[in-house]
Design a protein. Structure first.
Length: 767
């Protein structure tokens, strides 16, 4: 028991101070302490205030010691906020709450006490994602599997999904087993778990899975925790996955004093393993549960709530509630149809400038997109008009890893003396040019004062590198020479597509079966689309430099750009929701993979997005999007039609209105059709790399940025004056030898142990 005793219980019928400001349903949620409780809390209804007041009430009324309450959150931030709020109500007593934290932190604390029951020691290590991938790659290699065809990242994602569902290796059925390496998924899952135990380690998924196994298999341990936890509180219950659900249900079955807080209408994380069914079946799991609906919204105007409620009403799998507010009526939600993506960005930019002149702080404005690639058009537009912005929950478009990789390829094509870009792409995707090869290139480049690419070309004509490495290096240089030649006549966008295809980058992303891999591919598609607006590669790269320079804009108010998923829990005065078209939102990928269930989750995501707005909400949809360099007609999202007319103003900038356009549009009506017909990509067959590098005119100087009169020959290294034929020299790799021939900076040396080798003079010293 903690040394600090609970506070004395309040006397009489007067609400305790921590509940005095709560509305009647919130107070009921606080004071209904016994038995199962479902606090169904709509967006902006003060669920955190009610949950923390309930926790304070349990301690202040001496129903439980702080150490007898299990309170589970999803993030460390939420746990810290709850601890601070409860501390303001009950003082130092909150310090005696060892079981307030995230699922993983509490699971880890329990597992330390019972690690031996699953073959671990108490001092087990929790490995991170990088260590997990490294371990899986080792297992793949040891078992003669092609990691390129069956990536470790794919296996890691599969194992994580199995653990989120509470599945051990022996629980994997035939269908699940086929998901990896033609029926070897279960085998590798078992090998992975065995290797973890041998290392006295576990991953994050094990923290709950191991404890679930212990609670299932060791009745005494289960009873110990069932007796310890007199009350259980769970935040964001709609986001629980299967293993979290099973773990909680076991702990709560004896006393049944479990209170879960959540909103089925805000369940948007199925791709993380969350199951909305967990909150929908709470009353079935705990018969007689009190369902307390928090419906008074303190955030948004009635018009915004009406629009959001009308949208979510189209979902069939929901418990149902009706949000209301005492705030003034406010403005109706605007739904604006625009001609294309660039006009969408212009409209949003103009609206922001107007609102800024009226005194609206930019910090209170947000653009919420369905997918990260949508941010690019807004970033470009805001740079043009000088509007400060920040990307939250992700990288700026041009700072994402895959975009930087693609830009590095383009920079090397444009400016082969760009050593930083060459270093980034020389082994991306992996092609066998590792650290040793790079160090050899760097050393020779420093010695000769030549660009890294030119130094690598020099090295490829010697025995300094293994034959396989030389061939790979020569092949890469040949590709660069080929792309430089193509760049003279091909559009920048088509050049990029060719580079991504021929370099193997597209194949690398195709092998990445994770959700992140799909998003990275989408970003590269959007990058190619962005390049359609530029006539030359130089113009585009200059534009990117200007965009990147916006990072130095400094402090001050900035518009927030983020995904709808990242915006959950946040609020802004004015919210813009662009891209409400079929295929963008709802996402076509989500519909293809999940059917009706995914459609309902997409609709919940729309509900979350609308309810982020306090005062104004603007939804936009475009009639045309440029995809793969071609103009494609789009139709407004079905969600636009589901918004109730009484809460919406529908506008269009298209002649005849959106409905007329939707009814009569045909492919031949597209005035941009001639723009869509890109020249076919040239797919010339590549020959031997070294020969192509020469015949294609590979030149380490830039096409446009070269110094006047300076050619590739001017970068050629001068031979060392201190070395002559007959000199005795030493080479770090080949040992001692005698110089028998000399051509510029290349030497033919008869080594005592390695025979006759062709090496660069910068790699030898006089013996």
């Amino acid at each position: 028991m903690p040394e600090t005793a609970p506070l004395p219980a309040p006397a009489g019928d007067t609400p305790p101070p921590y509940a005095a400001r709560l509305n009647p349903p919130q107070q009921r949620a606080v004071l209904t302490t016994e038995g199962p409780v479902l606090m169904l809390a709509g967006a902006g209804t003060g669920k955190t205030a009610a949950l923390t007041a309930r926790l304070a009430h349990l301690i202040a009324t001496r129903r439980a010691w702080p150490s007898e309450i299990l309170c589970v959150t999803f993030t460390n931030k939420a746990a810290r906020e709850m601890r601070e709020r409860v501390g303001r109500h009950i003082g130092d007593a909150v310090e005696g709450m060892p079981w307030l934290g995230t699922f993983h932190s509490i699971g880890a604390k329990m597992l330390r006490r019972h690690a031996e029951l699953v073959g671990l020691k108490q001092n087990y290590t929790i490995i991170d994602t990088d260590d997990q991938l490294r371990l899986l790659k080792q297992l793949i290699t040891e078992n003669d599997l092609d990691e390129k065809r069956w990536p470790a990242r794919q296996l890691a994602g599969l194992i994580d999904r199995w653990k989120n569902r509470g599945l051990n290796p022996e629980d994997i059925d035939a269908v699940e087993n086929e998901a990896y390496a033609n029926g070897r998924g279960q085998q590798f899952y078992r090998l992975y778990q065995d290797r973890l135990k041998a290392l006295n380690a576990c991953d994050f998924g094990d923290l709950l899975l191991h404890m679930l196994n212990i609670l299932r298999r060791h009745r005494d341990v289960l009873e110990q925790y069932q007796q310890r936890f007199k009350y259980i509180l769970v935040d964001e219950y709609q986001d629980t996955n299967q293993v979290q659900y099973l773990w909680l249900r076991l702990l709560a079955q004896e006393r049944r004093n479990i209170c879960v807080v959540g909103d089925d209408d805000q369940s948007i994380y199925s791709w993380r393993g969350a199951e909305v069914a967990n909150i929908l079946k709470f009353e079935k799991d705990f018969p007689g549960a009190a369902v307390i609906k928090l419906e008074q919204n303190y955030r948004s105007t009635p018009q915004i709530l009406t629009a959001a409620s009308g949208l979510i009403a189209a979902n069939s799998e929901r418990l149902g509630k009706q949000l209301w507010t005492e705030l003034p009526q406010g403005e109706k939600v605007r739904v604006i149809g625009v001609w294309d993506g660039p006009e969408e960005a212009r409209r949003v930019g103009e609206e922001m400038e107007r609102r800024e002149r009226e005194g609206l702080p930019l910090d209170q404005v947000a653009i919420l997109v369905r997918a990260q690639y949508q941010t690019r058009e807004f970033e470009d537009r805001f740079i043009q008009i000088g509007l400060n912005y920040r990307i939250v929950g992700g990288f700026r478009f041009y700072e994402r890893a895959e975009i930087r990789d693609a830009l590095a390829y383009l920079r090397v094509i444009e400016q082969p003396a760009d050593d930083l870009a060459f270093e980034r792409i020389h082994n991306q995707p992996k092609r066998g040019l590792g650290a040793k090869a790079l160090e050899a290139m760097r050393r020779h480049a420093r010695r000769t004062g030549s660009p890294l690419a030119a130094a690598s070309l020099d090295l490829a004509d010697t025995d300094e590198l293994p034959a396989r490495t030389r061939n790979t290096l020569v092949g890469l240089l040949g590709q660069i020479a080929h792309w430089r030649q193509v760049a003279e006549t091909e559009t920048p966008a088509n050049l990029l597509r060719m580079v991504l295809n021929e370099s193997g980058y597209d194949d690398m992303l195709a092998r990445d079966r994770s959700a992140e891999g799909a998003g990275r591919a989408d970003n590269l598609v959007e990058l190619a689309r962005a390049m359609e607006d530029y006539d030359t590669l130089t113009d585009f790269l200059e534009h990117v430099s200007l965009v990147m320079d916006n990072e130095a804009a400094g402090d001050g108010e900035k518009v927030t750009i983020m995904t709808m998923h990242a915006a959950k829990g946040l609020e802004f005065d004015h919210v813009f929701l662009p891209g409400w078209e079929e295929g963008v939102f709802p996402s076509q990928r989500a519909l293809d993979e999940g059917g009706l269930a995914s459609l309902e989750e997409e609709r919940r995501l729309g509900y979350v997005a609308i309810t982020r707005a306090r005062r104004r909400c603007t939804i936009l949809h475009a009639a045309n999007r440029r995809i793969f360099g071609q103009w494609t007609s789009s139709i407004p999202s079905r969600f636009v039609d589901e918004l109730p007319d009484e809460a919406v103003i529908r506008e269009t900038t298209m002649t005849g209105g959106a409905s007329l356009w939707r009814a009569n549009w045909s492919e031949t009506d597209d005035p941009f059709a001639h723009v869509a017909r890109d020249a076919p990509m040239r797919n010339q067959q590549r020959g031997p790399g070294w020969q192509r590098a020469l015949t294609a005119g590979y030149d380490p100087t830039p096409r446009r940025l070269a110094e006047p009169g300076r050619s590739a020959a001017s970068f050629a290294a001068k031979p060392r004056a201190d070395i002559a034929i007959g000199a005795r020299v030493f080479h770090d790799k080949f040992g001692y030898g005698t110089v028998e021939g000399q051509e510029g900076n290349k030497l033919e040396i008869a080594f005592e142990t390695g025979g006759l080798k062709r090496v660069l003079d910068s790699f030898v010293t006089l013996a």
